[in-house]
Design a protein around this ligand. Structure first.
Ligand SMILES: [Fe+2]
Length: 192
């Protein structure tokens, strides 16, 4: 059965670059689940707001270790998909570090495949709502979200500066790798 969830600024406030306690009931994004449109199961609409310069973003999450790949497709708008890879050392996941970070630049029609070890979060870097579809059927557990909450967001914050996309490291993580901007097409070709 289709269900709709709205996410307000209060929901993502702990993950913001700069704390912002104004207008906490402002809707940041809306998720519609079980849409069953061909391969697509969920649709997320992300507002084009900026919060102290930071682009509106989704919460960000990991998947479980034995998860399948997930595919996203941009239906409308302009987004940057932030992807960060788990840092595994001696067989143990160090949640306070990440192995690699990509900022995948995506526009209408682009598809991005997410492999199990990559946390992911959308930022709407355009001037209109960003609408993305995904094929995720397996639901989530709290463990998918808790590392992102614990470290107050993804590894970098995306900020608008004079019309450009800039990034600021999240210093709650240790030894961050240099992030790489990449087009959705090149990300797919390289099969990261
Ligand atoms: Fe996901």
């Amino acid at each position: 059965m289709i269900s709709i969830t709205t996410r307000t600024k209060e929901f993502i406030q702990p993950l913001l670059y700069k704390d912002d306690d104004k207008s906490l009931d402002t809707i940041m994004y809306v998720c519609t689940t079980e849409i069953n449109q061909g391969p697509w199961q969920n649709c997320t609409i992300i507002s084009a707001d900026r919060i102290n310069g930071e682009f509106t973003k989704t919460h960000g999450h990991y998947h479980q270790e034995n998860a399948s790949d997930e595919t996203y497709k941009v239906l409308q708008g302009k987004g940057v998909f932030v992807l960060q890879k788990k840092f595994i050392s001696d067989g143990k996941w160090d949640q306070g570090r990440v192995k690699e970070v990509f900022f995948v630049e995506a526009e209408e029609g682009d598809e991005i495949i997410v492999k199990p070890h990559w946390a992911h979060s959308w930022s709407n870097v355009g001037k209109n709502p960003l609408i993305v579809l995904d094929n995720w059927k397996d639901g989530h557990t709290p463990d998918d979200y808790t590392p992102i909450i614990k470290y107050k967001g993804m590894a970098y914050y995306l900020i608008e500066d004079k019309g450009n996309i800039t990034y600021v490291p999240n210093n709650n993580y240790k030894d961050l790798p240099q992030p790489r901007f990449i087009s959705a097409r090149d990300f797919a070709i390289n099969n990261y």
